[in-house]
Design a protein around this ligand. Structure first.
Ligand code: HEC
Length: 120
């Protein structure tokens, strides 16, 4: 083997090593742990709301059952049922009756939760 053939192989193996590393880095980066850790709307509901609200009926537990919430005209505070009013309601709660979740749930979680409430 001449030194010429050796030096002509080297850059190529270097290229393949680099490509493989780039591929693995891509696989690792595409699985962002932050996204995987996001809870579903149902998870949030069972963790934060189910203690006081049934999800499968309208009967009262501690608060009213939330089945069919989006087919109701108004919330208990008299405001129409829509994403914005519900977001405010969940964030603020009701003094002495329902805790406000503004410090427990961020906006992304609250939106995910509201999408879940629409399916009840
Ligand atoms: C400590 C118990 C408690 C928890 C926890 C709780 N709530 Fe409530 N919630 C209540 C009570 C009590 C009422 C009814 C207040 C009234 O009748 O004036 C209510 C009312 C509501 C209403 C209005 C229902 C209607 O028919 O107008 C919605 C919507 C609601 N809660 C959503 C939630 C969501 C979503 C969560 C979880 C993030 C949650 N609540 C957690 C006690 C709770």
């Amino acid at each position: 083997m001449t030194s010429e053939s050796f030096s002509s192989r080297n850059p190529r193996s270097c290229f393949w090593t680099f490509s493989l590393l780039a591929m693995f880095a891509g696989i690792l980066l595409s699985r962002s742990p932050v996204q995987a850790a996001r809870p579903s709307g149902a998870d949030i509901y069972y963790l934060r709301c189910a203690v006081c609200h049934y999800s499968d009926r309208t009967e009262k537990k501690f608060g009213p059952g939330l089945k069919g919430l989006y087919s109701r005209e108004t919330l208990v505070n008299g405001k129409p049922v829509n994403d914005q009013n519900l977001n405010e309601f969940i964030s603020n709660g009701l003094p002495g009756l329902m805790p406000g979740f503004r410090y427990t749930l961020d906006q992304a979680d609250t939106k995910t939760l509201i999408e879940y409430l629409k399916t009840l």
